[in-house]
Ligand binder design. Structure first.
Ligand code: SF4
Ligand code: SF4
Length: 390
């Protein structure tokens, strides 16, 4: 059997093995400084680097994740390839039989790393975010001279070695005129089986640490009607997808706060704080794996990862109390379509149950385009929504 596959029998696994998803933010730092970014710290931020999880701590978390039945980890950031021990952490996961999803800007893909990914496949298609098709547009977003050519070189290395990856975009003023060019190029990538997705409603900083940056991010969000124009540029396809989606996911959720997949997985930030998802950073919902490890005298935080999972499972019982949420979101049939969720509410308002007006406007604009809502209607007022969405 290969070094990178580990078969376990059901008896070897602990009863209750159930970690469905593990995200690890290997660093909050990035070698880009994208104008819309809700996360990044400078690549050279020494204080942040010093606080980051050590190699042994990440490996300890992975060991315990494997014991909990975890089959896949997402390595994200910041830019995860900034970590000098990235290859070690990658191989550790693969030796445990855990697939690795890599989110990257591709600037630090070296020939050696591309060779490694070809020799020991991640078994999940990597995702590369593209900020422009030319140096001028890309670097107007990334704000780092030379970053475009490094990104192209990284992508060429992946192509050359046959390492599967897809690309996705971030729609910003500097690259809005390049959509067709981007999509034509994306279609030449062997693993792109559909057109690229785009970020365009940009999250605020979920650490709630920089109001000036939030102002910039707000100014870069696509106005709701333009977001809808972008989403519906292949109208028949969009209508078909949304109709299928509506049948499965739409409908009022009542006062249940976490109507998403929270509680089935764990996200770990760069400093070892476990969260229900990457976006929810409310202190009362995080579990500090490092502090708990130290108290327990163990390195790796395995039991604490299990405890975090237990704690997050309880979130499914949480109920919204904000009267405005209960008046609107709790009764709104667009709940499955709208991006409002406890994480977005936290980033915008510092509490978990507040409607996010921008996302509300985008969801309503989509519903009006689809003919589900009249011009003056609000989704929380509609009772015959089932008849409208079929
Ligand atoms: S590459 Fe990603 S993490 Fe880095 S600054 Fe850009 S958006 Fe942020
Ligand atoms: S569309 Fe508005 S009311 Fe409906 S779930 Fe989203 S934020 Fe809440």
């Amino acid at each position: 059997m290969s070094d990178f596959v580990r078969r376990t029998t059901r008896l070897e696994r602990p009863i209750g093995s159930r970690l469905g998803r593990l995200d690890i933010e290997l660093t909050e730092r990035c070698d880009n400084d994208c104008i819309h970014c809700c996360i990044n710290l400078p690549a050279g931020d020494r204080e942040a680097r010093a606080r980051e999880l050590t190699t042994a701590q990440v490996e300890g978390i992975l060991d315990q994740a494997a014991e909990l039945g975890c089959l896949q980890v997402r390595y994200t950031g910041g830019e995860p390839l900034l970590r000098p021990d990235f290859e070690e952490l990658y191989l550790h996961a693969r030796r445990l039989g855990i697939k690795v999803l890599i989110f990257t800007n591709a600037r630090r893909i070296t020939p050696e790393l591309a060779d490694l990914l070809a020799r020991v496949p991640p078994l999940v298609t990597a995702e590369v975010t593209v900020y422009g098709m030319h140096a001028e547009s890309y670097e107007a977003v990334s704000r780092v001279p030379g970053s475009y050519s490094q990104f192209r070189r990284g992508v060429d290395l992946l192509l050359d070695r046959g390492v599967p990856f897809v690309v996705k975009g971030a729609l910003l003023p500097a690259n809005r005129g390049e959509v067709e060019e981007f999509e034509a190029w994306a279609a030449t990538i062997p693993w792109m089986d559909k057109p690229p997705s785009y970020a365009m409603t940009f999250d605020l900083r979920n650490r709630r640490d920089d109001e000036r940056k939030n102002e910039l991010i707000r100014s870069l969000r696509l106005p709701p009607d333009e977001a809808v124009a972008m989403l519906t540029r292949r109208p028949e396809e969009y209508r078909r997808e949304m109709t299928e989606f509506a049948g499965r996911f739409m409908g009022p959720q009542g006062d249940v706060l976490f109507a998403c997949g929270a509680g089935h997985g764990v996200s770990v930030d760069a400093y070892g704080r476990a969260q229900p998802c990457m976006g929810v950073r409310a202190p009362e919902l995080t579990v500090d794996l490092i502090r708990a490890c130290a108290a327990g005298g163990a390195d790796g935080g395995g039991a604490t990862l299990a405890a975090a999972l237990e704690a997050f499972a309880a979130l499914r019982e949480l109920r919204a109390t904000n009267p405005e949420y209960l008046r609107r979101c709790a009764r709104c049939f667009l709940k499955g379509l709208c991006e409002q969720c406890p994480a977005k509410s936290w980033a915008e308002h510092g509490r978990l149950d507040t409607p996010v007006e921008y996302l509300c406007a985008v969801a309503h604009a989509q519903a009006r385009w689809l003919g589900w809502l009249g011009a003056d209607e609000y989704a929380w007022e509609v009772v015959d929504w089932r008849a409208r969405v079929t």
